[in-house]
Design a protein around this ligand. Structure first.
Ligand code: HEC
Ligand code: CU
Length: 356
């Protein structure tokens, strides 16, 4: 498992350096279990090899012939039982602590999509912030046409941002298939199941960026939905919340607003850059044999066909119904009027009607 560059250095052959109390307990439990197993291994094999050697045939050893030895049977029942208790007690304590999501400072809903993550800040500072986060590694690196960056397949368009030393409750769910939200350095791994809400929590005690992956096989791009969490100081967090709120207000996709074509195109360019250009390329020419060109496309020319493919997807083209009607109308209009296309516009109301 590749890990973040920062986290990877000291943990190349071990678990990632823990940055939460739970992760530290998990780490220590892992060490303890490993040592107990190693001791048992050495003890059992020493007795076995000693016996084989000591009572070898060439020395004239004759096998004893007896059945049942009460003392031995009691010993080999009681000792493993004690070992299990010694392992289970601290493990249970940690599992119970993992499940205690009460008194959180911040509650964030995490939604798994094929193949990206949605974050909604539900409660606490930053309430109301919501965005999608997806792989930002350029296609050229994946296909080996460019050198791979240090955070290859781990960088995302927008990381989850949380304050340091605050209890963050994560509620996981999914909109299509089962995913799992996993940050090794936090000791957090929680399934995200459609139709269910599960929760977990963490309190990171060190600032930095921590990386994880979707940990549930969720389809062909399972390996391409990384998770990045940026842990910042309380002051930086407040500044981020302010900036994010201002940006959201500026973008405020008011669906009742009468969007003009230039406004839709300007907004659509951003949506295109964030969601579409990885496949269809910044110039709309696509990739021969993989992703069709949007320049001169018949589907783009037909407003209804384009609405259908955006909402429902087709083969390798994902469904974009997680985007808002305004975002969809904006990107559709942008595509209709870029790359040499000139094919009218699509309105938020068109998408709203087509969703039914
Ligand atoms: C994961 C890669 C991928 C992404 C990201 C993607 N598409 Fe596609 N798109 C495809 C593929 C593959 C097809 C061809 C589907 C088919 O016909 O089988 C396609 C087809 C299309 C078509 C129809 C083109 C034609 O002439 O057949 C349109 C329009 C389109 N995509 C728009 C978009 C928009 C807008 C976005 C961003 C919101 C987007 N796509 C994001 C892969 C992608
Ligand atoms: Cu997944």
């Amino acid at each position: 498992m590749a890990s973040g560059v920062a986290a990877a250095a000291p943990a190349r052959y071990n678990l990632q350096t823990p940055v939460t109390e739970i992760a530290r307990q998990v780490y220590d439990l892992h060490d303890m279990m490993l040592i107990i197993c190693a001791l048992i291994f050495v003890a059992v094999f020493s007795v076995m090899f000693y016996s084989i050697w000591k009572h070898r045939k060439s020395k004239g050893a004759v096998a004893a012939n007896f059945h049942e030895n009460t003392t031995v049977e009691i010993v080999w029942t009681v000792i493993p039982f004690i070992i299990i208790i010694v392992m289970a007690l601290p493990a249970t304590k940690t599992v119970v602590a993992m499940k205690d999501t009460s008194n959180a400072d911040l509650t964030i809903k995490v939604t798994g999509y094929q193949w990206k993550w949605g974050y909604d800040y539900l409660r606490g500072e930053g309430e109301g912030i919501s965005f999608l986060s997806q792989l930002a590694t350029p296609r050229a690196q994946i296909e080996g046409r460019e050198a791979k960056s240090g955070n290859y397949l781990q960088e995302v368009t927008e990381p989850l941002v949380v304050p340091v030393d605050k209890k963050v409750r994560i509620i996981t769910t999914a909109s299509d298939v089962i995913h799992a939200w996993w940050i090794p350095a936090f000791g957090v791994k929680q399934d995200a199941i459609p139709g269910f809400a599960r929760d977990t929590w963490f309190r990171a005690d060190k600032t930095g960026t921590y990386y994880g992956q979707c940990a549930e096989l969720c389809g062909k791009d399972h390996a391409f939905m990384p998770i990045a969490v940026k842990v910042v100081s309380p002051a930086e967090y407040t500044a981020w919340v302010d900036g994010r709120k201002k940006a959201m207000a500026a973008l405020a996709d008011d669906p009742s607003k009468a969007w003009t074509k230039p406004e839709l195109i300007a907004r659509g360019e951003k949506v295109y850059q964030a969601n579409c250009q990885a496949c269809h390329q910044p110039n709309g020419q696509g990739v021969q044999g993989a992703f069709p060109a949007l320049a001169g496309s018949k589907v783009v020319a037909s407003t209804s066909d384009q609405i259908q493919i955006l909402l429902n997807g087709k083969n390798a083209m994902p469904s974009w119904k997680a985007l808002s009607d305004v975002e969809l109308a904006a990107v559709a209009t942008y595509v209709k009027n870029s790359f040499g296309n000139s094919a009218g516009e699509a309105l938020p109301a068109d998408f709203k009607a087509a969703r039914k």
